[in-house]
Every structure is written in structure tokens, then in C-alpha cells.
Design a binder for this molecule. Structure first.
Ligand code: AMP
Ligand code: GLY
Length: 426
């Protein structure tokens, strides 16, 4: 079959790399892709949110399956539009993608299904929100813009003063535009974070291996949040018992709750979890593979990805078991100097060719482009250097040894990716 992957980041390079090993996948198109995806498929110059353009391309190129990487086209209804045209697309419908697209929607589902999460209240009026905060103790609170805000819509407020400022910023000053026309104010949770992803056809829910992201820019989780500076899988904080617990208390109830509401959820369901002393609680739901979690996950997945995604779309997951490489994988993100603030583009990247034939160390491209025959930086997160190892220590060592070989001016990376897993293994 011919497949079309929508998106152009590290996750989409990992998806296309893995799909290139699928037995039934003949041709891979990536829209818009990046120089990494061009090595395993053909890039198509259509933006990920140009749904009309994508649909036209899919019709003209005999695309049997479209796989949607990022959340924006999903929340815009790409899957509904493709299905209405008789085409198969992997991912949730527009209504179901509200699980990521609206924090209030996801909180309401969690309340309805008794899914453990932080206590919350929703507001559209700044005065009412401030009155609510004023009546609380002077403690840490989390204030979230309701809609998609490119990962920036969550503000951790140390006390009332900061909470009032966050309310003003989102509801009054409209810092996140329409995404901030309502907010949720929630309880601050303490613990270790983990990413728990499952694939579902709307009925059957199959967990992927647990993973952990590293959102803050600096070591020891300091500094502003980014899209993710590295990831690893498996995440030992999610023991086998906890994984079963998360399936029973979060993933299965969420999929069942959506189906009961007449909004069947198909695709990847990603729960961002806080593992608290009272057990795992949901911080957020995402409606797609995580980036950079997809990079280590797909390096470890040994099952045929094309077959798996097609079965999910066709409602045939009930007989599927996923196979994983038992070795851990670690992804270290190389970012441009200045990211997540403003950064330079166009710096030449060297050393990539050293890993072009390895199956155990793969350099996934994210913010790269091609200029004058050279690969150059073009985004904040530039590369995701991903390596397997016999154990977590070796996987970390392999990833960081590879990081030393790849360079561009101003390249930055965290030096502690995987450290939490390493500490647990000791
Ligand atoms: P979200 O986009 O909702 O996952 O939030 C982004 C980040 O903010 C999370 O990865 C957490 O680090 C943090 N966060 C969100 N909600 C909470 C909460 N209720 N308690 C503590 N930290 C939170
Ligand atoms: N790595 C976080 C995300 O994909 O949302």
C-alpha cells in the first residue's frame, strides 16, 4: 500500500523510518516532511494543516492509509474529511480529538469516568476566576488555557499573586488568543511524570511501552518548558503493576467513556501522567504519538507498524499483541541556541552520515532543511539522536557518544536524559 504521513518533525521521521520496514508498505509520502524523511520516502510540499491539499494528494496518489502526526490537523477534522471521501486515516475524529483540543472537555470526561486527575474548576470570566483563587489558601496552583497553545498554555503559579497574573494574561490580555477564552484552574500535583500511550480502534485498547519525556530546557528539569528535550523507553517509574492500574483506571475507562458518549476514540491515546504518592493521575490527554517519545518507542517496536495502524483503522485490534525489543532506547534532542525562545536558523549540520546505516543509533530529523546541498538547522528542536543499549546505562552512553559526533553552531542538549531511569535501576 501507499501511505501518507502528515507532519514534518522528529515524530514523523520516526514514523516514516519505521513504516519503511513494513512488509505491505510500498511507497511512503510525507507532507511536508524534512530531509530525514526524504531518505525513507518522498516529501510532498503540502502543509500539515492544509487539509484540502492533503485530500487532493491522497486521492490522486492511491493512498491506502494516511497517518496524522500532529494534533492540529486532527482537531481540524482531517480524519472526518478523509473518511467522508472514502479514505482511511489513522487518528481520532474532530470531536474525539477534543480530548487534547480542549482541557475542559478532557476534564469533564475524566470526572464522568472517575479517572484520577487533579481537582479543577473551569472559568470564562476573569473576575469569577480571581474570586475563586482569592478564597483558596495561598498555595501552588496550575492555570491552563483551554485550547491548543503549542505547549505554552500551562502556567504553574506559586501562590495567589501569580495566579491573578496568569488569569489576567490568559482571559483578559488573550495571550493565547481563542485558545484562552476559557481556563481551568487545577490543583498542583507532585511526583514523577511519565507518558503512557495506547493504540485503540475504539473498542480494544492496547498499551504501548511506557516512556518518559523531559520537558524543561535545562538539566534537572529547570527552566522553561519545551516540546521535549529527550525521552526514553521503557520508563521504570511505571512498573508492570502500575501499567495495569493505568490501563484499568485511565485508558480503558476513557475509551469506553468516549464510546458511551457517541464519540468513539480511534488512534493513539496519550496520557501525560503524574505518578503521585496516591497513584498515577492524568495531567493531560493528547490525541497522537508524543514527540520525542515516538522516537525511542518506534526504535523499540518490533511489530509491523503499517499492519498495526491499518488494523486500528479497520477496528481489528482484538487479536493483536505488540512485540518490543527488550533493550531500552534513549533519545537526546539537539536544539538550536536560544530555544525555546528565539533562535537562529541556517547553521550547517555535520556528522550525520556516520549513522546513516545503523539500526541501533538513528538520528531523527526534526527542525532541519536542505540548502545548497547541505543539511542545515531550521527549527528549535533540530535532531533527536536515538540509541538502543543492552541496559539503560548503555543506551544513555550510546546516545551521548553519538551526540558528540554530530554538530552545528550553537547546538545545545540536556546532559541528563534517562537519569531518572538510571537512578531507579541502581
Ligand atoms: P500539560 O500540557 O497539561 O501536560 O502541562 C504541561 C506540564 O505542566 C506538564 O508536563 C507538567 O510538568 C505541568 N503540569 C500540568 N498540570 C500540572 C499539575 N496539575 N500539577 C503539576 N504539574 C502540572
Ligand atoms: N512530548 C510531549 C508531547 O508530545 O506532547
Amino acid at each position: 500500500m501507499n501511505v501518507l504521513i502528515v507532519g514534518g518533525g522528529g515524530r514523523e521521521h520516526a514514523l516514516s523510518w519505521k513504516l519503511s520496514k513494513s512488509k505491505d508498505v510500498k511507497k511512503i509520502y510525507i507532507a511536508p516532511g524534512n530531509p530525514g524523511t526524504a531518505e525513507v520516502g518522498e516529501n510532498v510540499d503540502i502543509k500539515a494543516d492544509d487539509i484540502d491539499g492533503l485530500l487532493k494528494f491522497a486521492k490522486e496518489n492511491d493512498i491506502a492509509l494516511t497517518i496524522v502526526g500532529p494534533e492540529l490537523p486532527l482537531t481540524l477534522g482531517i480524519v472526518d474529511i478523509f473518511e467522508a471521501a472514502g479514505l482511511k486515516a489513522f487518528g481520532p475524529s474532530k470531536k474525539a480529538a477534543q480530548l487534547e483540543g480542549s482541557k475542559a472537555f478532557s476534564k469533564e470526561l475524566m470526572a464522568k469516568c472517575n479517572i484520577p486527575t487533579a481537582a479543577y474548576k473551569k472559568f470564562t470570566d476573569a473576575d469569577e476566576a480571581s474570586e475563586y483563587v482569592n478564597a483558596l489558601d495561598d498555595k501552588t496552583l496550575v492555570i491552563k488555557a483551554d485550547g491548543l497553545a503549542a505547549g505554552k498554555g500551562v502556567i504553574i503559579c506559586e501562590g495567589k499573586k501569580e495566579a491573578f497574573e496568569a488569569i489576567e494574561l490568559i482571559l483578559t490580555d488573550k495571550e493565547f488568543g481563542e485558545a484562552g477564552s476559557s481556563i481551568v484552574i487545577e490543583e498542583f500535583l507532585l511526583g514523577e511524570e511519565a507518558s503512557f500511550l495506547a493504540i485503540t480502534d475504539g473498542v480494544t485498547v492496547i498499551p504501548l511501552a511506557p516512556a518518559q519525556d523531559h520537558k524543561p530546557i535545562f538539566d534537572d528539569d529547570k527552566g522553561p518548558n519545551t516540546g521535549g528535550m529527550g525521552a526514553y523507553s521503557p520508563a521504570p517509574v511505571l512498573t508492570k503493576e502500575l501499567q495495569e492500574h493505568v490501563m484499568d483506571t485511565v485508558m480503558i475507562p476513557a475509551v469506553k467513556g468516549m464510546a458511551d458518549d457517541g464519540i468513539p476514540y480511534k488512534g493513539i491515546l496519550y496520557a501525560g501522567l503524574m505518578i503521585t504518592d496516591d497513584g498515577p493521575k492524568v495531567l493531560e490527554f493528547n490525541c497522537r504519538f508524543g514527540d520525542p517519545e515516538a522516537q525511542p518507542l518506534l526504535l523499540r517496536l518490533t511489530s509491523d507498524l503499517g499492519e498495526l495502524l491499518l488494523k486500528a483503522v479497520n477496528g481489528q485490534l482484538s487479536d493483536v499483541t505488540l512485540e518490543w525489543d527488550p533493550r531500552p532506547a534513549v533519545c537526546v534532542v539537539l536544539s538550536s541556541k536560544g530555544y525555546p525562545g528565539s533562535y537562529e536558523k541556517g547553521d550547517i549540520i555535520t556528522g550525520l552520515e556516520k549513522f546513516s546505516h545503523s539500526e541501533e543509533i538513528v538520528v531523527f530529523h526534526a527542525g532541519t532543511s536542505r540548502a545548497h546541498g547541505k543539511i542545515v538547522t531550521s527549527g528549535g528542536r533540530v535532531l533527536g539522536i536515538t540509541a538502543l543499549g543492552e541496559d539503560i546505562e548503555k543506551a544513555i552512553e550510546n546516545a551521548y557518544n553519538a551526540v558528540k559526533e554530530v554538530n552545528f553552531s550553537g547546538a545545545y542538549h540536556r546532559t541528563d536524559i534517562g537519569k531518572k531511569a538510571l537512578n531507579r535501576s541502581r
